[in-house]
Design a protein around this ligand. Structure first.
Ligand code: ADP
Length: 399
């Protein structure tokens, strides 16, 4: 049984085709620059990798191209699109409505539309992908997997802001949290590694990619997370500031900035990029810091300092911590960042084994010392597999 998982950005479609229930990856690819003249498709099935250049003007055409490659006589992996039993979609914002993945119907589409003003960069392209899949694969079950869903278990004390209560009632202003599929995947994987029931494990999951967020998972469920009403809150990110005093916004307005300029400044010009001035890619920043670039070093220091603060805060929230997980491009690969973020935390029971840490690059491995009371693990995330499993179950294919 084949399940297609797709993740649509405004000009891209990332996809994977899985054989279920074995969870085997049959093919994967990325179509970029949709609607920008020439589009580029990278596709791989097994060891072979292919590249293709073609004009694709919208997500519908993009998906048609992807399916034509998947069914291609030479490089495809299926004979006919009718072999695809269901499609799983990554959707960023599901608001308060969904605490799990759901079959897509008109009501679900309406909710995704309604939350588009909270996730303007994500929900509209996610919806474009859903519409394209309904069009191109009519009658095939479609499932939405929300980034916000895993965090819907947060208690009120964690998700409410200390603002006038009417703002919550009127506009649903509250903490939602994101990267839920990734936090859930690594938390579940950690329980599996420990051979423990997933609802018995307390863990702090650090998803450090271009976006970064940290979640406190108590007995298997999310009880707090660093991203908030939007993905801007929390730890330092590639181009997002993370936590700042909201007064900075008003101060800048009085200095002549517009709301859009401040939005752009906090989301696109801040974080690692704004601090370092050398870019938003952690590899470049680490390299520059090594070469003595003071602002690059500052960016690294603040990035790690903020992670440490969240780990400390969530240790207090959880009481007992079984493990800390690092995942995402930075979490899985950046030895220095993991080391610095966990330094000097012996009093919280967190002790890194630097030798193990140094070799744990892009692979699942324990990086804490054998007598560290809290385990520290690197666990590569796999949001797509999580979406495939959810899609398989939610569309009733496991029955
Ligand atoms: P996204 O959030 O877009 O999915 P990723 O999870 O791929 O992003 O993470 C991208 C980040 O990971 C970038 O800052 C990149 O520099 C960083 N990264 C990837 N490999 C390494 C590495 N070997 N060392 C340090 N940082 C890395």
């Amino acid at each position: 049984m084949k399940i297609l998982v797709i993740n649509c950005g405004s000009s891209s479609i990332k996809y994977r085709l899985f054989e279920m229930p074995q969870q085997g990856l049959l093919a994967k690819g990325l179509l970029e620059k949709i609607g920008e003249g020439k589009s580029f498709l990278k596709y791989s099935a097994g060891k072979e990798e292919y590249k293709l250049e073609q004009q694709v003007s919208n997500h519908n055409e993009g998906l048609e191209l992807i399916l034509s490659i998947l069914t291609d006589k030479k490089i495809g992996v299926i004979n006919n699109i009718s072999e695809i039993s269901a499609v799983g979609h990554r959707v960023v914002h599901g608001g308060e409505k969904y605490s799990g993945s759901v079959p897509i119907d008109d009501a679900v589409i309406k909710v995704i539309e309604d939350f588009a003003d909270l996730a303007p960069l994500h929900n509209p392209p996610n919806l474009a992908g859903i519409n394209a899949a309904i069009n191109v694969l009519p009658g095939v079950p479609q499932v939405a997997c929300f980034d916000t869903a895993f965090h819907q278990t947060m208690p009120r004390v964690a998700y409410m802001y200390a603002l006038p209560y009417e703002l919550y009632e009127k506009y649903r202003i509250r903490r939602y949290g994101f990267h839920g599929t990734s936090h859930r995947y690594v938390a579940r994987r950690f329980a599996e590694i420990l051979k423990k029931d997933k609802y018995t494990v307390n863990v702090i999951t650090c998803h450090l990619g271009n976006g970064t967020s940290i979640t406190a998972v108590k007995e298997g469920i999310s009880v707090d997370t660093s991203m908030g009403f939007t993905p801007l809150e929390g730890t330092v990110m590639g181009t997002r500031s993370g936590d700042v005093d909201p007064s900075i916004g008003f101060y800048l307005i009085r200095k002549g900035y517009t709301a859009d300029q401040i939005d752009n400044l906090l989301n696109k010009k801040s974080g690692l990029l704004g601090l370092s001035g050398v870019g938003n890619d952690m590899r470049t920043i680490l390299q520059k810091a090594k070469e003595g670039n003071d602002r690059a070093q500052l960016a690294v220091d603040i990035f790690c300092y903020r992670i440490k603060k969240y780990i400390g805060a969530y240790s207090a929230v959880l009481g007992k911590v079984d493990g800390i997980i690092f995942t995402g491009g930075i979490g899985e690969n950046a030895v220095e960042i993991r080391s610095k973020s966990c330094s000097g935390m012996q009093n919280l029971g967190i002790v890194i084994d630097e030798k193990k840490n140094a070799t744990a690059i892009g692979r699942e491995s324990k990086i804490s010392t054998d007598n560290s009371p809290v385990y520290v693990w690197v666990i590569p995330t796999d949001e797509e597999i999580r979406i495939a499993v959810d899609t398989y179950k939610v569309s009733g294919l496991d029955k």
